[in-house]
Design a protein around this ligand. Structure first.
Ligand code: ADP
Ligand code: MG
Length: 219
């Protein structure tokens, strides 16, 4: 199985700072269990084998590789949506892999993921305003009358879209909503599981991101 390679863009201004995200020798092996429940693994899928990558603030890093080479697994393991087999992940110097459930929930504010299929992650009966507001409320943040319009504006959508349902959007617009949800809390790092369509935000930066560090880009 080939390994994903990382490609790096826009890091010129940020190289002097400590990396916001440091991933070292990340490994994820999935056990293969045949036959009866509870049987010992008969082998392992070596989905991720020793991935190391540093992301500086304001920098975008893309993991590139053929289908099945471990890109999504790498992203999920970094966010601990699945537990890595071994390796180290540090976000703003904090060892993410040693965090307990409560600390991990807090750290997740700073690590957001944009899913490949945004429609699957949106409640079809919830208007976008509510879906975005919920994100702030979950994290105990204040929502003013400008919060949602400003967030939509950041991903290039007009205010009026807030009162539409997910099925009323095109695929590209849903991707933007997925990105809006990911950057709502101004995370220090966000992760996309697919090549997002290029999109434009207020600062006219473009993103075809796998990782983007947000605080400097979106503040
Ligand atoms: N939950 C899982 N159990 C077993 N194997 C898995 C699991 N998730 C992914 N894999 C395997 O890990 C490998 C990498 O998958 P993935 O990270 O989704 O690839 P990519 O995103 O690069 O297309 C594939 O061989 C896939 O079949
Ligand atoms: Mg994938």
């Amino acid at each position: 199985m080939s390994s994903p390679s990382s490609r790096n863009a826009g890091g010129g201004a940020a190289v002097a700072q400590a990396p916001v995200l440091e991933v070292t020798d990340l490994v994820k092996h999935f056990p293969i269990r045949g036959g009866l429940v509870g049987r010992r693994p008969t082998g392992f899928v070596q989905a991720v084998n020793g991935v190391s990558v540093n992301v500086n603030r304001g920098q975008t890093v893309a993991l590139v590789g053929e289908s099945g080479c471990g890109k999504s697994t790498t992203a999920r393991a970094i966010l601990r949506l699945i537990e890595p087999t071994s390796g180290s992940v540090r976000l703003d110097g904090v060892d993410v892999l040693s965090l307990g459930p409560k600390e991990l929930r807090k750290a997740r504010r700073d690590m957001q993921i944009v899913f490949q299929d945004p429609y699957a992650s949106l409640n079809p009966r919830m208007k976008i305003r509510q879906a975005l507001t919920e994100k702030y409320e979950l994290l105990g943040a204040e929502v003013t009358s400008r919060t949602i319009p400003d967030l939509l504006d950041t991903v290039g959508l007009a205010d009026e879209y807030a009162d539409r349902y997910p099925h009323e959007f095109s695929g590209g617009q849903r991707q933007r909503i997925g990105i809006a949800r990911a950057i709502a809390m101004n995370p220090s790092s966000s992760c996309s599981t697919s090549r997002s369509r290029r999109w434009t935000c207020r600062s006219r930066r473009r993103s075809s991101t796998c990782w983007r560090t947000c605080r400097t880009s979106w503040a």
